[in-house]
Write a protein that binds this ligand. Structure first.
Ligand code: FAD
Length: 493
């Protein structure tokens, strides 16, 4: 008897409820497991993440295949068709998977379940990536929450503790079906890597000191361990400073399910308990948990409001008059706006496939408010460049920044990127790392070179407009313009 385990965004062997159930069945009834990954060719374009994320996926699949002793069957095409063919060829009578939550994935999986039911093939799905299932967290009137704090405190925390992680399954080669006679692609044939080697530099940022690429389940566990030892204590304060290593950088690992949110949640809790739960550490833990909960809230919103990747959550924003401007957008994407913290963030994104959360908020606010570009433009560039590109978190976060989302930043919250840089990158370490052409400026002028006196620029050997751009907008004037526009929107309701 063969059972199919269909890997999707759960590229790991430990705390994998679907795999756990499939193995338990195999152990009680005998038979073999067929491990499958399918590159879904019917994936809607808007949900296809960009090259950085696909590059990560390539290496994550290699790592999973390695853990499965080379017995991961990789296919490309329509999952419904491929799974049906595999069931036919191998005599499989059951398929196991962990749930995905993008609207089209929900639809696809429902259809597959219905089709397979007719053929007497049992499909069992599990929660392998969220702490709380979106449909289980509802207000008393059975409608979804729209505000984060009650969602998290009342809907999640006080209703149900998250499931504890399952141990890694004990699988040996003989229990996995020999895939040599089945039609399959190699991971290379999926063409997840870019044709040109631009990604080499990006991937180099994800290597350890021994030069090994840190992608996959083992790497995710390592990353978590490093964070627990070096970042968790002081997380609440430190997480706002982009040059510090206070954040976990687990987001791409979480996105591809190389590690589960449950593993991260409980490992952090256990660490604090082991360190005897000092009060400060407890508040770091609470804060870290609440950030994981923002991820939950994003998935929750996407599940209940599937239009959020493209449409304003708050409909009054449909009347907002953005001022589409290609030159502004290009300067922003290239990190050439003349505002150093913005340029540092956009270059970090391009060079590493990652951007620190504080800076994501700053570049988002700058694009949407100071430059009046539609948030969808920013979301789509992020989706293209991030290794952690995630439809739920990216869409919900961009709507939060724009003010158009559920529980969004209020319209009058327009970050001043100069004062923010002075506060969160006070010694200029982050800016100097990514905007080296202005590194020689003293800190006093580093955050706003356009307002530096000529002699200071001369001493630093910088000619504005040549070595580094003048600021593309006046921050004060653009802030006032945005405030007026957003205020108009408010009175238009
Ligand atoms: P940590 O601070 O270590 O947090 C731990 C985990 O909690 C993260 O890995 C992440 O899974 C989750 N998390 C933390 N903050 C948030 C948040 N605000 N919203 C949702 N989840 C959160 N995150 C993505 O994973 N993918 C995206 O595509 C994405 N796009 C974003 C776009 C914008 C404009 C903004 C403002 C934020 C976006 N985020 C996105 C959320 C957040 O910036 C990243 O999750 C975080 O920076 C990842 O770094 P970390 O793993 O070190 O976070």
């Amino acid at each position: 008897m063969v059972s199919i385990i269909w890997f999707r965004q759960d590229l790991r062997l430990s705390d994998n409820p679907a795999l756990h159930a499939a193995v338990a069945r195999m152990k009680s009834c005998g038979g073999k497991l067929l491990a499958v990954y399918i590159d879904d060719q019917k994936w809607p374009k808007a949900s296809v993440a960009g090259a950085a994320s696909r590059c990560w996926l390539h290496h994550s699949l290699l790592a999973l295949d390695h853990s499965l002793n080379g017995r991961l069957l990789v296919c490309s095409g329509d999952p419904a068709k491929i799974l049906a063919e595999l069931a036919e060829q191998t005599g499989a009578d059951s398929v196991y998977w962990n749930r995905c939550y993008e609207p089209w994935q929900v639809q696809r999986d429902k259809q597959i379940k219905a089709k397979f039911k007719q053929r007497n093939i049992a499909c069992q799905s599990f929660n392998g990536s969220l702490l709380w299932e979106p449909w289980q967290v509802l207000k008393k009137d059975q409608t979804p929450y729209k505000v984060f704090t009650p969602f998290y405190r009342r809907g999640c925390l006080s209703a149900q503790v998250p499931r504890e992680p399952l141990p890694a399954v004990d699988l040996n080669q003989d229990q996995l079906l020999d895939i040599s006679k089945l039609t399959r692609s190699s991971i290379d044939q999926l063409k997840l890597l870019p044709e040109h080697n631009w990604a080499d530099d990006m991937l180099a940022r994800w290597q350890n000191t021994a030069g090994e690429l840190q992608i996959g389940e083992n790497a995710a566990k390592q990353r978590l361990a490093t964070f627990l030892n070096q970042g968790l204590a002081g997380y609440k304060q430190g997480r706002d400073f982009p040059s510090q290593s206070s954040v976990s950088r687990l987001s791409p690992h979480l996105h591809f399910g190389e590690i589960s949110a449950n593993q991260v949640w409980y490992a952090a809790t256990d660490k604090v308990l082991a360190d005897s739960g000092a009060d400060t550490l407890q508040s770091d833990l609470d804060h870290f948990h609440s950030e994981l909960a923002w991820r939950e809230f994003s998935y929750y919103l996407l599940y209940h409001f599937p239009e959020i990747p493209t449409e304003n959550f708050q409909k009054k924003f449909n009347n907002f008059q953005w001022k589409a401007n290609e030159a502004y957008l290009l300067a922003w994407k290239k990190g050439q706006t003349g505002i150093p913290i913005i340029d540092a963030g956009m270059r970090e994104l391009w060079q590493t496939g990652y951007m620190h959360n504080r800076v994501r908020m700053l570049v988002g606010s700058f694009l949407v408010k100071n430059l009046l570009q539609p948030w969808q433009e920013g979301a789509s560039w992020f989706f293209d460049c991030l290794v952690d590109a995630d439809l739920a978190s990216n869409s919900a976060s961009w709507q939060w920044v724009a003010g158009s989302g559920a529980d969004a930043a209020p319209y009058f919250r327009i970050f001043n990127p100069v004062t923010q840089a002075a506060k969160f990158d006070a010694n200029g370490e982050y800016i100097r790392r990514y905007v080296p052409e202005i590194a020689a400026l003293p800190n006093k002028y580093l955050f706003d070179p356009s307002n530096a006196p000529d002699d200071i620029l001369q001493q630093a050997n910088i000619k504005l407009g040549k070595d580094y751009p003048f600021a593309i907008v006046d921050l004060k004037a653009s802030r006032e313009r945005a405030l007026a526009k957003f205020k108009d929107l408010g009175s238009a309701i």
